[in-house]
Design a protein around this ligand. Structure first.
Ligand SMILES: Cc1ncc(COP(=O)(O)O)c(C=O)c1O
Length: 480
């Protein structure tokens, strides 16, 4: 086990092991805040590292067996570590901001199950609520009051949402919202942005960012031409191209859909005027504006990116956080649009497990926690420390880097930047990222295994986690 000490911050790897799931103490926001010590982002660190015994023998055995059983050994492509090399770690358990693999290695986790774990993994209150709900069954396939509770929470939080439909994944939410936009406007074409991912439904698998980019697949075979022939694309942050598309396809465009802050090309923020201009252009052209907030919803602020930037779209998709770690998705928007959804209206969309009591329960208790004052300020503080610290030590070690963050979402690239689009992001030195990635893994830090994925912090991340990560990064930056 490595022992890192940073001046002013006592770090002991062993102390983190006490947070293992079997322990009764969970990393709650309150407790991590009370033990939190502010450390300047330009940190002077003394790093003393005893080489820890890092082996992945069991992970390798399990993953090798998995490759015979499931395509690529995984159930979602980026998990296979293709772009960073080596074999993926097989996870045994998670708690708070930490994960443990089957070989007993401990990691500080900045993936958070790809976003849902914003209050920390396996939160005691969420687990207790789930246990209570489970006593009554896991799925009813019929109305239950928990749907009303979560729907009210979502509607009161997200400015654009007056009515909501729960589904089971972000992909489903985006499929549903697209059908709805087409049904409402009576138009077929949509504009999406290069590097934005809206799930794996056919019409969206055009220049779709992380997973597809990571694997180097231009488009997926099996997607019929007809399914994407109405999908128009523009570089992110490029208003002129959007205007040109509206000019060329006058009266034909149903909607513009985007990640209001991109996470699927790495972290890319919108230019200041971008979202506002899209709001204007769509309004002027009778098209709908759709924010895909599957990632940013309840992460950038309680009301999502739309609250953070003060721009209200017509429709919004959600997922990840609103299911608190259980499978979920949702789409919602103005009442007059949502009333087109069956059975209120003619646009068909359905789901066997939609609104199931377990997902609703985990969502309700996650949102309850996020509503407590100070959550997003805390995320802002620790994420700022993290990204500033990583950039400081990276640049000091001679690497060209840029990066950014908004509250609980961050990213960095191995290029001087600025990064405003997927084309810019692709200038990053991905081979260097892969070396950095594997080095950090050995140091006990788990980032998303792709340069083109945003990272996530949670209320369970402590300042000690952050300082540990920066110290580990400083060590790895010197070697790569
Ligand atoms: C912005 C965005 N939309 C849609 C999706 C698809 O969600 P899911 O993986 O739950 O199908 C994702 C997944 O990461 C996403 O980030």
């Amino acid at each position: 086990m490595a022992a890192i000490s940073a001046s002013g911050v006592g770090l002991s790897w062993r102390s983190k092991l006490s947070q293992r799931p079997s322990s009764s103490s969970s990393s709650s926001y309150g407790s991590s805040r009370s033990s939190h010590r502010r450390v300047s982002s330009t940190i002077k660190m003394t790093v003393s590292v005893e080489k820890k015994n890092f082996t992945l023998q069991k992970s390798e055995e399990i993953f090798n067996a998995a490759k015979d059983l499931m395509p690529g050994g995984v159930n979602s492509p980026v998990r296979a570590f293709k772009s960073v090399g080596g074999q993926p770690i097989v996870i045994d358990s998670v708690k708070g901001s930490h994960m443990w693999d089957v070989d007993g290695n401990e990691y500080i986790d900045y993936v958070g199950s790809w976003g849902p774990a914003i209050i920390g993994h396996a939160d005691d209150e969420v687990l207790a609520a789930l246990a209570e709900t489970m006593k009554k069954g896991t799925s009813f396939g019929a109305p239950c009051v928990l749907e009303n509770v979560l729907a009210e929470m979502v509607i009161s939080a997200v400015p654009s949402i007056e009515m909501v439909r729960f589904v089971n994944s972000g992909t489903e939410a985006c499929m549903g919202v697209l059908r709805l936009a087409r049904a409402f406007t009576g138009r077929q074409k949509i504009i999406k942005f290069e590097g934005c991912y809206h799930g794996h439904a056919d019409p969206f698998l055009v220049k779709a960012g992380s997973g597809v980019a990571t694997l180097g697949l231009p488009d997926s075979p099996g997607v019929p031409k007809a399914a994407t022939s109405d999908t128009l694309t523009s570089p992110y942050n490029d208003l002129q191209t959007v205007k040109d598309l509206f000019e060329t396809h006058k009266g034909e465009i149903a909607a513009v859909i985007l990640e209001p802050v991109v996470g699927n090309s790495g972290f890319i923020a919108p230019k200041p005027e971008f979202l506002n201009a899209l709001r204007q252009i769509t309004k002027e052209n009778g098209a709908l504006l759709i924010f895909d907030e599957v990632m940013t919803g309840f992460r950038l602020s309680y009301g999502g990116a739309q609250e953070y930037f003060g721009i209200t779209p017509d429709l919004t998709t959600l997922g990840k956080i609103i299911g608190g770690g259980l499978p979920v998705g949702a789409y919602g928007g103005r009442r007059e649009i949502m009333e087109m959804v069956a059975p209120a209206g003619p646009m068909y969309q359905a789901g066997t497990l939609s609104g199931n009591p377990l997902a609703m329960t985990a969502g309700i208790h996650t949102l309850k926690r996020l509503k407590e004052p100070g959550c997003y300020q805390y995320l802002d503080r620790i994420t700022g420390e993290l990204i500033q610290g990583i950039l400081d030590v990276g640049k000091r070690a001679g690497h060209e880097m840029c990066g950014g963050y908004i509250n609980g979402m961050f990213g960095f690239f191995f290029t001087g930047g600025p990064v405003y689009s997927f084309e810019d992001a692709k200038k990053s030195d991905t081979a260097k990222f892969a070396r950095f990635y594997r080095g950090m893994l050995e140091e006990g830090v788990y980032f998303a295994p792709s340069q083109f994925e945003a990272g996530f912090t949670s209320l369970a991340h402590t300042s000690e986690d952050i300082q540990w990560t920066i110290a580990a990064a400083e060590k790895v930056f010197r070697k790569i």
